[in-house]
Ligand binder design. Structure first.
Ligand SMILES: CC(C)(COP(=O)(O)OP(=O)(O)OC[C@H]1O[C@@H](n2cnc3c(N)ncnc32)[C@H](O)[C@@H]1OP(=O)(O)O)[C@@H](O)C(=O)NCCC(=O)NCCS
Length: 336
C-alpha cells in the first residue's frame, strides 16, 4: 500500500466526527410498484439494481428526516446543538418555497443564532455543501458544522410514470464536521457544472418561470421529468472526470483511494464508473438496492452505513462523487 499521501497536508483540515441517517418507515418493494404500474421486479432490478425504497407517509416532511439524521450525527460526535456554528442543507425540493428547508431543520435542532441556508445543486448538492462548509471552516467562519442532505422526491414524482417513479426513494443523511489539526480533512475538491444539460432532469412548474396554475397542475408539470438515457450517458464521464481532477489536486493516485462513495442513481452507472477508474468493486459503497436514489441524501446515508459498520479506518482515503440536475457534479476526496 502506498502511504505517500499521509505526509500531505489537507487543503481543509477537519474531521467528520459524527454521521447520521434517517429513512422513513414505509417501504415500497418492486412488487408493490408492479401492483399498480406496468413494470416488474425483473425490469427494475436488472436496469437499476433497486429492490426497495423508503417513502414518506402522509404528514411526514423532509425537515423531520433531516433533524433526525443531524441528531444522530451529533450523538455520535458527543456534541450538542449549541456547539454547532453552521448548518448547510442540501436539497432539491424545499420544505416550502420560502424560507426553504434549513430554517425548519435549525428550529427542530433548537439552534438559536447559528447561520443556516439551503444548497441547491441537484443530486450533487451534498458534495457542493460539504465543499462549502470546508471553505467556510478554512476561512474561520465556522469551527463545527453540520451538513445535511434531505430529500422527499416521492412528493414530486408522477406515480403513474414508470420511467421515473421506480428510481427514487426518500431519506436524509448528515455529517458533523469539526476543525482539526493534523492530517485528516479534505485533500481535493472538484466541483463542476454543465448548464447545457439542464433539460435532462427538471420540475418545470411551481417556480417563477411557470407559476402554479390549474393548467400547469393538470398538465402534470409539477412532476419530475427526466431524460434517463441522456443522464445515464453523461453521468459516468462527469463523475470520472471530477474524481480524476480531485485526485490530482489531492496528489494521490486513484489506486490510493480506499473507499468510493458514489451517488446511488443506478447500479449500472456505479459499475461503469468504477470500471472506468479501475477501482475494485470491494472499495465501492453500494446501498441502492435497499434505498434507491435518495438524491442529496444518498452519499451521507451510504457514508453513515460504512461508518456504523466500523469499516472506515483513520488515515483512509474516501472519494465522494455525485452528479445530478443542472447538470451539477463533483467529487470531494478526504482523508478520514
Ligand atoms: C432510467 C433508466 C433506468 C432506463 O434504463 P435504460 O437502460 O436506459 O432503459 P431501456 O432502454 O433498457 O428501456 C427503455 C424501455 O423500458 C421502458 N421502461 C421504462 N421504465 C420502465 C419500468 N419501470 N418498467 C418497465 N419498463 C420500463 C420504457 O418505456 C422503454 O420502452 P420502449 O423501448 O418500448 O420505449 C436509465 O436510463 C437510468 O438509470 N438513467 C439515469 C437516471 C438517473 O440517473 N437519474 C437520476 C439522476 S440524479
Amino acid at each position: 500500500m502506498t502511504l505517500g499521501h499521509q505526509k500531505r497536508k489537507p487543503v481543509v483540515p477537519l474531521r467528520i466526527t459524527g454521521t447520521g441517517a434517517y429513512l422513513p418507515q414505509k417501504v415500497l418493494t418492486n412488487a408493490d410498484l408492479a401492483s399498480f404500474l406496468e413494470t416488474s421486479d425483473e425490469w427494475i432490478r436488472t436496469r437499476t439494481g433497486i429492490l426497495t425504497r423508503h417513502v414518506l407517509s402522509q404528514g411526514e416532511v423532509p425537515a423531520q428526516m433531516g433533524v433526525r439524521a443531524a441528531e444522530r450525527a451529533l450523538t455520535m460526535a458527543k456534541k450538542s446543538p449549541e456547539d454547532v456554528d453552521l448548518l448547510l442543507v442540501a436539497t432539491n425540493v424545499p420544505e416550502e418555497p420560502i424560507p426553504g428547508t434549513a430554517p425548519h431543520i435549525a428550529l427542530g435542532l433548537g439552534l438559536k443564532k447559528t447561520p443556516f441556508f439551503d444548497v441547491t445543486a441537484g443530486c450533487a448538492g451534498f458534495i457542493y455543501a460539504l465543499a462549502m462548509a470546508g471553505a467556510m471552516m478554512r476561512t474561520g467562519l465556522s469551527c463545527t458544522a453540520i451538513v445535511v442532505g434531505t430529500e422527499a422526491l416521492s412528493r414530486f414524482i408522477n406515480w403513474q410514470d414508470r420511467s421515473t417513479c421506480v428510481l427514487f426513494g426518500d431519506g436524509a443523511g448528515a455529517v458533523l464536521l469539526e476543525r482539526a489539526e493534523g492530517n485528516a480533512g479534505i485533500l481535493g475538491i472538484a466541483l463542476r457544472g454543465d448548464p447545457t444539460k439542464l433539460g435532462l432532469l427538471r420540475i418545470e412548474a411551481g417556480g417563477v418561470r411557470l407559476p402554479a396554475t390549474v393548467d400547469t397542475v393538470q398538465a402534470g408539470k409539477h412532476f419530475l421529468q427526466m431524460e434517463g438515457k441522456g443522464l445515464f450517458r453523461a453521468a459516468v464521464g462527469m463523475m470520472a472526470e471530477a474524481t480524476r481532477a480531485a485526485a490530482a489536486q489531492a496528489r494521490i493516485a486513484l489506486s490510493e483511494i480506499d473507499w468510493v462513495i458514489p451517488h446511488q442513481a443506478n447500479l449500472r452507472i456505479i459499475e461503469a464508473l468504477v470500471k472506468r477508474l479501475r477501482i475494485p468493486a470491494e472499495k465501492v459503497v453500494v446501498n441502492i438496492d435497499r434505498v434507491a436514489n435518495t438524491s442529496t441524501a444518498s452519499i451521507p446515508i451510504a457514508l453513515d452505513e460504512l461508518v456504523r459498520a466500523a469499516k472506515v479506518e483513520r488515515g483512509q482515503i474516501l472519494a465522494l462523487t455525485a452528479f445530478g440536475a443542472g447538470a451539477c457534479y463533483g467529487t470531494v476526496i478526504l482523508r478520514w
